[in-house]
Ligand binder design. Structure first.
Ligand SMILES: Cc1ncc(COP(=O)(O)O)c(C=O)c1O
Length: 365
């Protein structure tokens, strides 16, 4: 079986260091919000090139806390895309705010800034661009529109650790950046984890209190918060893997280049990289009107390709209520019908990648 992603293979790449780091935490006996978390917060925020990092329980929690730190609440609206993980929208709903969808760009799958102003109104308080598949959204026009309208920008970087937009890492552009460390991510924990990063000290302090009951001092809540803390074992593992993240992203890019070469010249759209950006290939996503046929054929050959995502959020039972009639989400709908994620992870053998390509060529002949 050729898997689409493979966290176990990554564990085996760094097994000795990971085992040592985990045992060290077990032996220290301090398991939540300790030295490992503080050190990881410093190391990861420095990797992103920002001043502050707040380790939390998941990527969803990171988005929720970032929105809450920006005082987004029940009377507000937050703009994002429908072509994303459900988590982006569930985080908005956790604040009580209303998610509002805007369509994506056909070629890069990110929020289409040219459609943004048509959905902004007096209730709009934040925009969440999602750097989907490992590719930065075109941030400059979004940041400009946000600044002009006094709207916060919270970057969803769950799929784009280390991706650069105009030479700078994603997560360093908006008011806050949110990352997930779900095991299959480019930087993955051995369970759930996430982080909020920012250059804004006030927002960082607020997020820090919110992750632990709003406690300013132990047992004294300044305002209501939650419990969503990164634990020491996850932080210790993430510290090991962070040291290899650039090298792992490079391996993903090399594999993507191989796919580009092997799959060129057949009737299949290959992923495009926006000029001025680097793609970290969390997913290698091709596009075809025959997607379902290819998916089945690969499955029959024991090749696990996946669809991210098969139904855009605005067509899902939970979120149908959010759609307004005057917004077209046509590109999001088309993408859902045609995209296919091929296996990619740093340890993927080149021979396996060729098997994937041979199978695709065979069915498309
Ligand atoms: C784009 C996007 N946003 C948010 C999340 C939420 O992250 P988590 O699963 O850690 O809550 C994910 C991960 O699934 C994601 O892919």
């Amino acid at each position: 079986m050729i898997l689409c992603s493979n966290p176990k293979a990554q564990y085996y790449s760094y097994k000795d260091e990971i085992d040592k780091a985990v045992l060290n935490v077990l032996d220290k006996g301090w398991y939540v919000l300790g030295d490992e978390v503080s050190a990881f917060e410093k190391e990861f925020s420095s990797f992103v090139g920002v001043s502050f990092g707040i380790g939390v329980g998941s990527g969803t929690a990171a988005l929720h806390l970032a929105l809450a730190a920006c005082d987004i609440g029940p009377t507000d609206q937050v703009i994002t895309v429908s072509h994303t993980a459900s988590a982006t929208v569930s985080a908005i709903e956790l604040t009580g705010a209303k998610p509002v969808f805007v369509d994506i760009e056909k070629n890069y799958y990110g929020l289409d800034a040219s459609k943004l102003e048509s959905v902004i109104n007096s209730k709009t308080k934040a925009i969440i661009p999602v750097h989907i598949y490992g590719q930065p959204v075109d941030l400059d026009p979004i940041l400009e529109i946000a600044r002009r309208n006094n709207i916060k920008v919270i970057e969803d970087c769950a799929q784009a650790h280390g991706a650069l937009y105009k030479g700078k890492p994603v997560g360093s552009f908006g008011d806050m950046g949110c990352f997930s460390f779900y095991p299959t991510k480019n930087l993955g924990a051995i369970g759930d984890g996430g982080i909020v990063v920012t250059n804004n000290e006030e927002l960082s302090e607020k997020a820090k209190l919110l992750r632990q009951y709003g406690w300013e001092k132990r047992y004294i809540s300044s305002f209501s918060g939650w419990n969503t803390r990164l634990d020491e074992v996850q932080a210790a593992v993430l510290r090991v893997k962070l040291r290899y993240l650039d090298a792992d992203n490079k391996k993903r890019a090399e594999l993507a280049k191989m796919y580009d070469q092997e799959l060129s010249g057949i009737d299949l759209s290959l992923p495009l990289t926006r000029p001025n950006s680097t793609h970290v290939y969390h997913l290698y996503v091709v596009r075809s009107k025959q997607r379902d046929r290819i998916l089945k054929f690969l499955g029959d050959r024991e090749i696990r390709a996946l669809v991210h995502y098969p139904v855009p959020l605005h067509l899902q039972p939970a979120y149908k209520k959010l759609v307004s009639n005057n917004t077209s989400l046509r590109e999001s709908e088309l993408a859902a019908e045609e995209v296919l994620s091929l296996p990619i992870y740093p340890e993927l053998e080149q021979s396996d990648l060729r098997l994937v390509c041979d199978a695709i060529k065979e069915i498309l002949q």
